[in-house]
Design a protein around this ligand. Structure first.
Ligand code: LLP
Length: 440
């Protein structure tokens, strides 16, 4: 079945004239805010990721406003898009961040975030990463096992600090998500501490001399549209909080409900934030804790397109192929999660076609879209692959020794390259011409 979709123009602006995608057509040509995408491609080349600053600002403000009825802080999840240009926008708006590696911690610090703005999570933090997090004075380290709690305490003792610890709970709730790879909060997942072991983990943390238990945390999955997993999970966290307090631990300050809010890639309805807040705030407010959230995709998912050029059009085995200069190395979501991303021609197109849009990588799984009904395109045409602001560039690879494309930020009438296109030299920069051989 070919996939049939409405035109971009119909869906770029909804209700109250609110810009939801930042991308519209002017005289038929695609523009990002005030900048024609063809102009960006001409200046910067392809493939290039183009992000709209106003979409990022808009998404952050909406979520922040929805949570306004109670003390809260939004810790943007760096893994979705860790570009410094994007981070700067969010820092200016008052966001904190959520990081999951020493590398992301460095990025956050270099983007000007203070330790106290940073949550540190992740299922497999190394000793070095934990040390770096403590040295940076992060707000909270979300631990995922009792062994990790003990290790954090040991490192904190060596450093002479008290480790601020949150427990990542696996609330074991039912999660509906677009792909099984992006569910995390069901029973048996590798993430978090199993629900019925959390009380014991909290006792361990409370008894340690260099650890302070500051919070409970969950993240149940990604690209979620239903409220139930949030509500069920929050109720489970609140229940645990009661038990932990009964055990005499009264140091908790934060309830972190993770990320996961879904965005529209096609015709999905974005979650209704006021319903979301109405469901969660009354459940969390009575605890007296500050609500933390770690959204990634919701903030940046719809802010960007991948600009790519059609290299060849060919026909084979009854199928029409558009071979583009971007593929799974630039956007792995279609091949890895069967993800749908809208694709339009940048310039007005005369008709429609059904095509497989495939990349140049030597893999049959290298595609951006299969059997897609789309604007008619020819060799040399520019295409925009939509909604690549989250999990696009950050999941790019150098497979086939392909240099990563540029990242461009648009703000009003202006645009800037915020990450330069990689060059061939970058690909071999770390390889040693004359390696030092060591005896065994
Ligand atoms: N917090 C934690 C602990 C997480 O693991 C994640 C995402 C988030 C927050 C942010 O989730 P978001 O709000 O972006 O849904 N690469 C996949 C998505 C993987 C999500 C991993 N964790 C994709 O392209 O769909």
């Amino acid at each position: 079945m070919p996939q049939v979709r409405g035109s971009l123009h119909e869906r770029s602006v909804v209700g109250e004239g609110v810009l939801t995608s930042g991308f519209t057509r002017v005289n038929g040509a695609l523009v990002c805010e005030g900048v024609p995408l063809a102009r960006v491609a001409e200046d910067v080349g392809t493939p290039a990721y183009v992000y709209s600053a106003s979409v990022v600002r808009d998404r952050f403000s909406r979520l922040d406003a929805a949570l306004a009825p109670m003390p809260h802080r939004i810790h943007y999840t760096l893994k979705a898009n860790s570009n410094r240009g994007v981070l700067r926008i969010l820092r200016e708006m008052g966001a904190g961040v959520d990081v999951v590696s020493g590398g992301e911690l460095q990025r956050a610090l270099r983007a000007g975030f203070d330790g106290s703005d940073i949550l540190f999570g992740g299922v497999g933090k190394s000793e070095r990463e934990l040390r770096e997090a403590l040295e940076a004075g992060v707000l909270m380290i979300n631990v995922e096992s009792s062994a990790e709690i003990r290790l954090v305490d040991e490192i904190a003792r060596e450093l002479g600090v008290i480790a601020p610890v949150g427990i990542r709970v696996n609330p074991e709730v039912t999660v509906e998500s677009s792909h099984r790879y992006i569910k995390t909060g069901e029973k048996g997942a590798k993430f978090g501490i199993p629900f019925d072991e959390v009380r014991e983990a909290a006792r361990i943390a409370a008894d340690l001399s260099h650890t302070q238990l500051l919070g409970l945390d969950m993240h149940v999955g990604s690209q979620l549209f239903r409220l139930d997993p949030y509500v069920d999970g929050t109720e489970r966290l609140v229940e645990l909080l009661g038990q932990i307090r009964q055990d005499g631990v009264d140091t908790l300050r934060f309830l972190d409900i993770g990320g996961g809010l879904g965005v529209s890639y096609d015709d999905e309805e974005s979650p209704d934030l006021s319903r979301f807040a109405r469901a969660l705030v009354p459940r969390i407010q009575p605890t007296g804790l500050t609500l933390l959230m770690e959204p990634g995709r919701y903030i940046v998912g719809n802010c960007g397109v991948l600009l790519t050029r059609v290299l060849y059009r060919k026909h084979s085995g009854g199928r029409e192929f558009l071979v583009t200069d971007a593929g799974m190395t630039e956007l792995i979501r279609p091949s890895h999660y069967d993800a749908y991303h809208r694709i339009d021609t940048v310039q007005p197109s005369a008709g429609q076609m059904t095509a497989d849009v495939v990349g140049p990588v030597c893999e049959s799984g290298d595609f951006l879209a299969l059997d897609r009904e789309m604007d008619e395109a020819h060799a040399g045409d520019l295409l925009a692959v939509h909604d690549v602001g989250a999990y696009g560039y950050v999941m790019a690879s150098n497979y086939n020794s392909r240099p990563r494309g540029a990242e461009v930020l648009v703000d009003g009438e202006r645009f800037a390259v915020v990450t330069a296109r990689e060059q061939y030299d970058d690909l071999i920069r770390l390889e040693l011409d004359d390696p030092e051989w060591r005896d065994s």
